[in-house]
Design a protein around this ligand. Structure first.
Ligand code: NAG
Ligand code: NAG
Ligand code: NAG
Ligand code: NAG
Ligand code: NAG
Ligand code: NAG
Ligand code: NAG
Length: 486
């Protein structure tokens, strides 16, 4: 099973290109006009105030309070109360854009019905705070946190009923916030969400069937449910995108898209089988969503290998889904090697990976053609000297610059994450943040890491090479003595 994480870079792109080497020395000004740099968080991982002001639980609350969890987001970074200070930190860092998600069950408790005035007020305040500081808000409608009420009532994404409820929720968001939002993402990491939630049961709603789950499966069907959930996500995404295009886009002039988790897949050997297997892995991993969005149907190889387990689009649905996006957001951070595994297709009971008929191989951290990662996971502790994260972000931005110079239509880059958050798979044990959040401090004080200083320096237009990290680090050790006691 591949190692997964909810991390991320966010690219707006129409043209996928894999950068293979990176510029070492560059500056913010080398990027074309309109290219934005930012960072991000998601609602459940940041806000806290889980039981406050009318919010009801999402499927993440349920999971985070179960035996499988490594902690919960009851308090998280307490962003619900501290967002103003955080926007100030964003300003200090020089962020141009900020990506966050709305908690569906905070805005519309139970997922359907009346709007919660307190939820509305929070998001209005947060958006206004960003805008008044010149930071573009980029909004995601659902970042894994489907309202628990809808999961209980009809099985969340397993039911077509979610299309109507998701569209009604999106309508509220466009109506209330759309005059200030130019970038809407419907669903975060849709592909990984369905695999983790319905094939392997690593994350909520924790459904699976033996032998595919990482738990003892008690509910679900790994052979069919990932395909059903993905189908309903595509239909819901398309319904929301069409609503936006029809009722709002003319006036609000924004863009709508979806977000997928991308690996860079590299053939394990140069044998033809592995090269073909790599293409197949891309078809299953990205083509699963992208082919319907561009051409109105699933990749042929998926239909062939999954048979009747993958739902078919009606003519009308196909037309609705095809072309229902203005941009694609990609979260990326690993390279995986792909080996052909034809024996999987001989199994009668198959999940998505068995249908894919490949084996994933993670080889160290430095594959030959590495696309540097977009956010780096480290152990969460008081070490503010995160030199490895600086190298990582530096490498990634350099590769993006190469891709841009090569003609790739990449429009932005967001580091994951702005603060050390409640991480979906590891709780508070790991961290991706540019800022450390001290959980032992009653005010959850934030401290900039070396990476925050480095990113700020880059965003303020300094020419950046890896040598500047060393210099920054020297500057920072003086800083840490005066500002932080560790
Ligand atoms: C740029 O394009 C050339 C020619 O298509 C390709 O060989 C090269 O790998 C690309 N470089 C990057 C960094 O994408
Ligand atoms: C699954 O069930 C078996 C047998 O009851 C038990 O030994 C094992 O620990 C369980 N595994 C998990 C991950 O719960
Ligand atoms: C899963 O669904 C498929 C297709 O509906 C069915 O053939 C299979 O028996 C189901 N498996 C389980 C474990 O329920
Ligand atoms: C595959 O072929 C390329 C080009 O000939 C070579 O650079 C690379 O090392 C080969 N990879 C493997 C795993 O043999
Ligand atoms: C903190 O985390 C970093 C990165 O994972 C690790 O290298 C370092 O040893 C850790 N320090 C402590 C005090 O645990
Ligand atoms: C920071 O980390 C780097 C590399 O891990 C090390 O060389 C350097 O001495 C550290 N600096 C401080 C101030 O701890
Ligand atoms: C480090 O501090 C010095 C003195 O304040 C400053 O001139 C220099 O630009 C700083 N270096 C970096 C990389 O920010």
């Amino acid at each position: 099973m591949p190692i997964l994480s909810f991390s991320s870079l966010f690219l707006l792109l129409l043209n996928l290109a894999a950068p293979v080497f990176s510029a070492d020395k560059f500056s913010r000004n080398d990027f074309p006009p309109g290219f934005v740099f930012g960072s991000g968080i998601s609602a459940y991982q940041y806000e806290g105030a889980a039981f406050q002001d009318g919010r009801t639980p999402s499927i993440w609350d349920t999971f985070a309070h179960s035996v499988y969890s490594h902690g919960n987001g009851d308090i998280a970074c307490d962003g619900y109360h501290k967002y103003k200070d955080d926007v100030q930190l964003m300003l200090d860092t020089g962020l141009e854009a900020f990506r966050f998600s709305i908690s569906w069950s905070r805005l519309i408790p139970n997922g359907r019905g009346p709007v919660n005035a307190k939820g509305l007020e929070y998001y209005n305040n947060f958006i206004n705070e960003l805008i008044s500081h010149g930071i573009q808000p980029h909004v995601t409608l659902v970042h894994s946190d489907v309202p628990k009420a809808l999961e209980d009532e009809y099985g969340g994404w397993l039911s077509r009923k979610i299309v109507k409820d998701f569209t009604a929720y999106a309508d509220v968001c466009f109506r209330e916030f759309g005059n200030r939002i130019l970038h809407w993402t419907t669903v975060n990491e849709a592909n990984v969400f369905v695999l983790c939630g319905y094939d392997w049961a690593m994350t909520p709603p924790q459904r699976c069937s033996a032998p595919f789950g990482i738990i003892n499966c008690t509910k679900g069907n790994s052979s069919s449910e990932p395909y059903i959930a993905a189908h309903n996500i595509l239909l819901a995404h398309a319904s929301v995108a069409r609503l936006y295009q029809k009722n709002y886009q003319g006036m609000q002039r924004g863009f709508i898209g979806i977000n997928l988790f991308a690996y860079q897949f590299v053939p394990y050997t140069n044998a033809t089988e592995d090269v073909i297997a790599t293409q197949r892995a891309n078809d299953f991993w990205i083509g699963w969503f992208l082919k319907p969005l561009v051409y109105g149907d699933y990749p042929d190889i998926m239909k062939r290998n999954a048979g009747t387990r993958i739902p078919a689009f009606t003519k009308l649905e196909s037309k609705q889904v095809k072309g229902s996006f203005d941009f694609l957001g990609l979260n990326h951070y690993y390279t995986l090697y792909i080996k052909d595994k034809p024996s999987y297709l001989k199994m009668d009971n198959r999940d998505v990976i068995a249908d894919m008929a490949v084996e994933f191989i993670l080889q160290g951290d430095t594959p030959p053609d590495e696309l540097p990662m977009s956010g780096q996971r480290t152990q969460r502790n008081t070490t503010l000297n995160d030199t490895s994260r600086v190298k990582y972000i530096h490498g990634f931005i350099g590769s993006l610059l190469d891709a841009v110079r090569n003609g790739s239509n990449v429009r932005g880059y967001f580091t994951w994450s702005f603060l050390d958050l409640f991480e979906l798979l590891d709780g508070y044990e790991s961290a991706y943040g540019l800022y450390y959040v001290d959980l032992d401090d009653k005010d959850l004080k934030r401290y900039p890491k070396l990476s925050a200083h480095w990113y700020a320096s880059f965003l303020k237009g300094r020419s950046i090479g890896l040598d500047s990290a060393t210099e920054l680090e020297r500057n920072m050790s003086t800083l840490s003595q005066s500002h932080f006691s560790q």
